[in-house]
Ligand binder design. Structure first.
Ligand code: DAH
Length: 318
């Protein structure tokens, strides 16, 4: 500090000295100016150096421990538990792994979609009453939080159709979060998860589809299962089926207890056509079903609302 003051005084003196230039004879003025300027520059450099040193000293003098937050846990504010993956996340991963082992690709579905993918590309005629079964929400911009993962069918078909030209098949599953305008109760949620499956080849058939689905459910529940189907209706499949499994014995099922697990069928020729696939040359099947129910059955859960509740006591059980 003292040094800095001294330098500043010296600078003043040099500036005053410079004022004397008026008394110097004309021929010596240039030399005089140059000499004074040199002195001045040297002092300014020393001042800058001294200022920096002063600042460094100040920074080092700060006692940072004075600012450290207390790191003792405050139990009523936060706990030291490790977080864990949500049970649906864990199970969706498991579902995808089973399908991947069977040769399926995984594509994630969207959380906002549009009228075209929600209805038109799936062969829902304009104004058809089947649209009412998929009553969901709308954003102010007219976007749709999708009511089913089938909204992804058109995208998947277009994305993978080059495979067909190369002589390969399309085999994709699409897990995703979906929404419906529901009265919420123990078995109905406005927000839930589905998994869609899409398969296209030159010669696939319903028997193969049922084989894939049985294999999936047997792997998922780790036991042999009886399956059953009944006719259904979806605008995007023809024919359409509802697929049921016998409630697993290990989960309290009795002989003849069948549970509907998903909708499925042969992809409607119009759906293939809209994606640029010739339905005279290729055939496809597709299915879609709820993941929450699948998981509830596996763990014997009684209330679907727990999944979206954020209840820690429930989540800690997994
Ligand atoms: N998207 C239908 C639903 O949520 C389920 C479904 C039925 C999906 C038939 C399909 C299908 O892919 O082929 O009710």
């Amino acid at each position: 500090m003292v040094e800095l003051e001294r330098l500043k005084q010296e600078l003043k003196r040099v500036n005053a000295e410079y004022a004397g230039i008026r008394d110097i004879v004309a021929e010596q003025r240039a030399e005089f100016g140059r000499r004074i300027n040199e002195k001045k520059m040297a002092i300014l450099a020393k001042i800058a150096e001294a200022e920096k040193a002063a600042l460094d000293a100040e920074v080092q003098a700060i006692d940072i421990t004075a600012f450290t937050a207390p790191n003792e846990p405050v139990p009523e504010v936060y706990t030291q538990d490790n977080g864990s993956s949500h049970p649906l996340t864990t199970e969706i991963d498991r579902v995808c792994e089973i399908y991947q082992m069977m040769g399926f690709d995984v594509v994630e579905s969207r959380q906002l979609d549009d009228e075209y993918h929600m209805f038109d590309s799936l062969n829902f005629a304009k104004g058809h009453p089947a649209r009412d079964g998929y009553d969901t929400f709308r954003t102010e911009e007219g976007l749709i939080p999708p009511a089913h993962t089938s909204t992804m069918q058109h995208r998947v078909l277009k994305k993978y159709k080059d495979k067909l030209a190369r002589g390969e098949n399309i085999a994709v599953v699409v897990p995703g979060r979906v929404h419906r305008n529901e009265d919420v109760d123990a078995t109905h949620e406005h927000t839930f998860y589905q998994c869609e499956g899409v398969y296209v080849s030159k010669d696939c058939n319903m028997g193969q589809m049922l084989g894939i689905l049985r294999e999936f459910f047997e792997k998922y529940y780790e036991q042999k299962l009886e399956i059953r189907t009944q006719p259904g209706y979806f605008p995007f499949t023809e024919p359409s089926l509802e697929f049921m499994i016998e409630k697993p014995r290990s989960l309290g099922g009795k002989k003849g207890d069948f549970l509907e697990m998903l909708g499925c069928g042969m992809i409607h020729p119009n759906v293939l056509k809209m994606a640029g696939i010739d339905p005279n040359e290729y055939h496809g099947f597709a299915w879609g079903g709820g993941m929450d129910r699948l998981v509830m059955l596996r763990y014997g859960l009684k209330d679907v609302r727990y999944f979206e509740s954020g209840k820690l006591n429930f989540l800690r059980e997994f």
